[in-house]
Design a protein around this ligand. Structure first.
Ligand code: NAP
Length: 319
């Protein structure tokens, strides 16, 4: 099969299209004929090996050689003990543990997959698993009427979270670069902030701050919160992560706020509810652009340069 592979950390230049053996599903696994896969910041991080936590399991060289965690496609074969799916089923899921979506076939644990709602295209379905699980879990931390700020709101997870948060009756402030602010308003954000022009830790206070790209100090985050407010890091630098896990707990305890890290639960139970909303037309899966498999490096560059509004999709084959 054709696959986009890499064997050292670096820029998209280290990726190459190759013919590699088609993987074989083991017990509990499914072989998926990939139709579409979407790009997540986690792909960019695993490509570069940065932040440091992206090297867990592969300190000097990558453990997995084919990136791509969000997949949508058809079941091509099932391994022993798989009862939930049959050959030909249309499925989608976040294959974050195994990766392999930038290829014609990928093996995934059956537990990571769900049947694709027929109202969704494969491209739409591929945008939902990872971003959707993050967005649903982040928004669930807020209550109607609260002021929620989303940092990194114009990307994959953020675009879903803005829509879900406004539907849930939160007052939403979206932070991203200037070129994404009209997009955030169109998604329903009540306020928008250009992160290059304004410091959101001085514009609040907010009841809930969710940071998809955290890099600030614990004290800056504390400043952004109202009494009783919560700060949650979803992604960002290793330094921000370590500070939050240590000093964050202490600062939260003495200032009657909570500062911590959101560990995103994976699996169909955590993304399928969003797929139903998208299928019903209540939430939009915003696809910025679609690239063919051989242009995965260009797709990653486009995503990494910060021009993408919502999700970038890789169409691996005709649906
Ligand atoms: N905690 C967990 O268990 C878990 C699990 C899976 C994924 N994650 C993390 O969740 C995050 C999901 O991100 P995603 O896929 O939605 O990313 P994305 O699509 O790349 O979106 C990130 C957005 O943040 C913007 N941005 C970059 N730097 C910024 C800054 N300093 N201030 C404000 N905005 C900034 C980007 O725009 P520009 O770059 O163009 O400016 C982009 O619009 C990732 O960090 C991933 O590692 C966490």
């Amino acid at each position: 099969m054709r696959a986009v592979v890499y064997d050292r950390y670096g820029s998209p230049d280290v990726l190459r299209l190759e013919d590699v053996p088609t993987p074989v599903p083991a017990r509990g696994e499914v072989l998926v004929e990939v139709v579409a896969t979407s790009i997540n910041l986690s792909d960019w991080e695993a490509l570069h090996g940065s932040p440091g936590y992206a090297r867990f399991g592969g300190l000097f060289t990558p453990r997995r050689h084919i990136l791509g965690s969000d997949i949508a496609g058809r079941v091509a074969a099932t391994g022993p003990e798989v009862t939930a799916f049959s050959v030909g089923d249309e499925v989608f899921g976040d294959n974050l543990q195994r990766l392999g979506g930038f290829a014609e076939y990928a093996v995934a644990p059956a537990s990571a997959l769900a049947l694709k709602p027929s109202a969704l295209t494969f491209a739409e379905a591929s945008t939902i698993p990872q971003s959707g699980a993050i967005a649903l879990q982040a928004v669930a931390r807020g209550k109607a009427g609260e002021r929620m700020l989303l940092n990194g709101a114009g990307g994959g997870a953020g675009a879903f979270a803005v829509q879900l948060a406004t539907r849930a009756g939160l007052h939403v402030t979206g932070v991203d670069n200037a070129a994404k602010l009209d997009f955030l308003r169109a998604l329903g954000a009540d306020e928008v902030i250009d992160y290059r022009a304004q410091d959101f830790t001085r514009t609040g206070p907010y009841d809930l701050v969710v940071d998809l790209v955290a890099s600030r100090s614990v004290f800056a985050y504390r400043r952004s919160l109202a009494p009783g407010g919560r700060f949650l890091m979803v992604g960002g630098t290793l330094r921000a992560l370590l500070r939050l896990l240590t000093l964050g707990t202490l600062v939260g305890a003495v200032s009657r706020t909570r500062l911590g890290v959101m560990v995103v639960r994976e699996g169909p139970a955590h993304f399928a509810p969003l797929a139903e909303l998208v299928a019903a037309g209540e939430v939009r899966a915003h696809i910025d652009s679609v690239f063919p498999l051989e242009e995965v490096p260009a797709a990653l560059v486009h995503h990494g340069e910060g021009r993408a509004l919502g999700k970038v999709v890789v169409a691996v084959r005709e649906s």
